[in-house]
Design a protein. Structure first.
Length: 288
């Protein structure tokens, strides 16, 4: 009969004293320190048997996150709309939020809390945080990944020019009506926007697809799902949806090869930054 890993209750007559325990005191302390702490919500279902493999989360966690994201986006919409209505009702319509500012706040107030709750789910079920799960880690080759993002943006811009996609009627063009709108969109597109999107799509969703259907198909499936939410912004023109899918595929390859969501976030931010610079130049030329 094998000896127990941990000592029994000291009050029990059958419990060996520290001197009589077959496990040295230093080893018993190490076992206690390495035991995972139960610091997550207790109502969450237990982790599956293969939770030690990567990705250690599963489709149930994805469904939980989708439900949470819908709820937080709905709550953010109510909060922002109520705030805007209050400004107008108070007699200061000139200070009301524009559509661009509303879109930025919805992303910040909707995605941020949802990702926080996702981190609690992962901590509660698997005793690992969101940063470790999506592999947000320091990177040394920042210039390389930023360069890939810039090259992708230049490719996208070239395709827009060749196929004259900039002449298409898009709701995105109506979203930016002032310099303040451009600044608001620019801050979001260069900071928390790519971070949130990369955590959700490349960090959390893509590993599930790669595990289930392989790297190429998994990266492509994630890129398609990444492009679909952007479709409404671009009037559902299939050419633009395909271009966004290409960009998402590039980010996905970076995430997969580098084993880091930080790398794909850097590329995504550089990509957005160059496109934003083009929008600024175009707006400046239009004001001349």
């Amino acid at each position: 009969m094998s000896a127990p890993l941990l000592p029994e209750d000291p009050a029990s007559p059958s419990s060996p004293s520290p001197e009589e325990s077959p496990i040295p005191l230093a080893d018993r302390i190490r076992i206690l320190e390495e035991s995972p702490s139960d610091d997550g919500p207790r109502f969450l279902p237990a982790a599956p048997p293969d939770a030690g493999r990567y990705p250690f989360w599963g489709w149930l966690d994805l469904l939980l996150f989708v439900g949470i994201l819908v709820a937080t986006m709905f709550a953010a919409a109510i909060l922002v709309s109520g705030f805007n209505f209050g400004i107008v009702a108070a007699g200061y319509p000139q200070y009301s939020l524009s559509l661009a500012q509303i879109a930025v706040l919805l992303q910040l107030l909707g995605f941020g809390p949802a990702l926080f709750l996702l981190s609690r789910i992962l901590r509660g079920r698997y005793h690992q945080g969101l940063r470790a799960a999506v592999q947000l880690k320091p990177m040394r080759q920042i210039g390389l990944y930023a360069g890939v993002g810039l090259a992708t943006a230049m490719l996208v811009s070239a395709l827009n020019i060749v196929f004259k996609l900039q002449d298409l009627d898009m709701p995105m063009n109506e979203l930016i009506k002032s310099d303040a709108d451009l600044i608001s969109i620019g801050i979001a597109a260069f900071t928390f926007g790519p971070l949130f999107e990369e955590i959700i799509f490349r960090g959390f969703l893509q590993p599930l697809f790669v595990k289930g259907i392989g790297p190429i198909a998994g990266i492509l499936a994630t890129a398609i799902l990444f492009a679909l939410p952007h479709g409404a912004q671009y009037g559902w023109h299939w050419q633009l949806v395909v271009i966004i899918t290409i960009a998402g595929f590039v980010f996905g390859v970076i995430r997969w090869r580098a084993e880091s969501t930080t790398a794909s976030t850097i590329a995504h931010a550089a990509y957005n930054g160059l496109l934003l610079l083009g929008a600024v130049i175009q707006r400046f030329q239009g004001n001349l």
